[in-house]
Write a protein that binds this ligand. Structure first.
Ligand code: AHR
Length: 493
């Protein structure tokens, strides 16, 4: 049986667990908003029209931050359409939808409070610019006594929202983006918009658009150029990436290797520009769109008729997808020193952990479970555990470690998250803790026998303890969470 080892030592501290790593994304796209989180008249809808079944699942998932209102949608969006009594119906050119604007900023803010999540707003830098971004910020965050803030008060929101996180547009490097720009055009616009927004509210945190994915022809160069323009004015640089199996299960199970390389490459690029500009300040990362998405099955919307809340990319996820999603979360935690925000895309129906039927039930997809367990149990401090073990040879990514792992410690509580990426071989794991350890529980999602099944409830896993060691057999293609207690850890933190 292949063996893998790791050491859990409080000296190998990465960073505190940042709750913002457990973010999600709500876009006006398909059925994410309409008949997803919002469906007046649904038997489970509250007085605001919010589906309480979806709200409950959102809370159960442990979602911390929700990015809104897009995505590609935001690049043609007029935020004023979604506030106040008059809501014009418009064409949404990004997804060829009919947008009724029944749901807008104030509904979203009320929803975030019901869900217990932090809002992360995106401004339109596609068809609009600096002025509209400042107007929106003034509407949202300025106390009162000005045209826009008084309008918010008139719309029933007496207190300012105090929204801290703001994205400067979405995927502006993508030719599909409405109002797509070159890196120089975007870098200048983002810099000027950021500076002006900070004059409206100095307390905000700003996210600059990085590449739409690591395969873009301008990847790397885009980041360098936009950072040269806006380094001083922003706090974070965004990353987006989606992964799919596409007939290659062994490669797909190693997708997090790519996410890991992508993050390291962007950290290096950001630090290079920081060094070039002689800045002490570090730009951290916002991985604000990530997930599994069977993109090759999506034929696009170019020929589709305009439609209200169309069924769009409602992918059904598998056990293998859940394992890969668990590995993405491990990877984000391993980079918690530089990745400050991460949003799984999206929350409901659109490539989502939560699915709904209009007028019917809401349910958890396979990928819901590793997210919910990681969000609940990753607490305190992230530790780098440097696993050793067999290597896998993949066509997509070359050599990849079979074991991916990270741990968190909080007082005497230990949570160890591990993925065995081998599609067909179990792995015997030994974790050494430097002091006596007691296992509390362990859960596993094993995809090996039937990777494409669409149910993947976590099952109990046997873990043995021997003094300072924990041992467990990690099934092929599996995600595992081991919870344990180690009293002496408390003194070492
Ligand atoms: O999440 C779906 C879409 O993927 C978003 O609108 C866009 O930002 C990305 O390309």
């Amino acid at each position: 049986m292949p063996q893998a080892h790791l050491t859990l030592d409080p000296a190998f501290r990465v960073a505190p667990v940042n709750r913002r790593l457990f973010g999600s994304f709500v876009e006006h796209m398909g059925r994410c908003v309409y008949t997803g989180i919002y469906e007046p008249g649904h038997p489970a809808a509250d007085d605001n029209g919010f589906r309480t079944d979806v709200l409950e699942l959102t809370r159960e998932m442990g979602v911390s931050v929700v990015r809104y209102p897009g995505g590609n949608f935001v690049s043609g969006y007029r935020w004023e359409d979604g506030v106040g009594p008059d809501r014009p119906t418009r064409l949404d050119l990004a997804w060829r939808q009919i947008e009724t604007n029944a749901f807008g900023l104030n509904e979203f803010m009320t929803w975030t409070r019901a869900a217990g999540v932090e809002p992360m707003m995106a401004v339109n830098l596609g068809t609009r610019g600096l002025q509209e971004a400042c107007d929106l910020l003034e509407y949202a965050n300025h106390p009162s006594g000005t045209q826009w803030s008084d309008l918010r008060v008139k719309h029933g929101a007496t207190d300012p929202y105090g929204i801290r996180l703001w994205c400067l547009g979405n995927e502006m490097d993508g030719p599909w983006q409405i109002g797509h720009k070159t890196a120089h055009e975007y870098g200048r616009l983002a810099n000027e918009t950021a500076k002006a927004m900070r004059l409206v509210d100095p307390g905000i945190e700003l996210v600059l658009c990085g590449s739409s994915n690591s395969g873009m022809p301008t990847f790397g160069a885009w980041e360098a150029t936009v950072l040269e323009h806006a380094y001083d004015a922003v706090d974070y640089l965004s990353l987006h990436n989606y992964y799919e199996e596409n007939g290659d299960l062994p490669g797909f199970l190693c997708s997090a290797v790519d996410m890991d390389r992508y993050i390291s490459a962007i950290v290096a690029t950001a630090d290079h520009i920081g060094a070039k500009l002689r800045r002490k300040k570090k730009i951290n990362l916002s991985f604000d769109e990530w997930n599994v998405w069977n993109q090759s099955r999506f034929t696009g919307r170019e020929r589709s008729p305009f439609q209200e809340a169309p069924e769009l990319i409602e992918d059904t996820f598998t056990a293998a997808d859940a394992v890969v999603v668990g590995d993405f979360l491990i990877t984000l935690l391993r980079h918690a020193d530089r990745v400050s925000i991460a949003c799984q895309a999206q929350l409901a129906n659109i490539i989502a952990p939560i699915r709904t039927e209009p007028g019917g039930p809401a349910w958890r997809q396979t990928i819901f479970h590793p997210f919910a367990l990681t969000a609940r149990h990753a607490r305190g401090t992230v530790l780098r555990v440097e696993p050793s073990g067999p290597l896998l040879e993949t066509e997509r990514y070359g050599e990849a470690p079979a074991l991916s792992a990270v741990a968190t410690i909080d007082g005497s509580q230990v949570a160890l998250f591990a993925v065995n990426r081998s599609p067909d071989q179990d792995l015997d794991l030994t974790a050494r803790l430097l002091a006596a350890v007691r296992p509390l529980s362990a859960s596993v999602i094993a995809a090996g026998d039937d990777p494409h099944r669409v149910e993947a409830l976590p099952q109990p896993l046997t873990v043995q303890a021997d003094g300072d060691r924990l041992t467990a057999r990690l099934p092929a293609a599996s995600w595992t969470m081991i919870l344990a207690e180690c009293e002496s850890l408390r003194d070492q933190q």
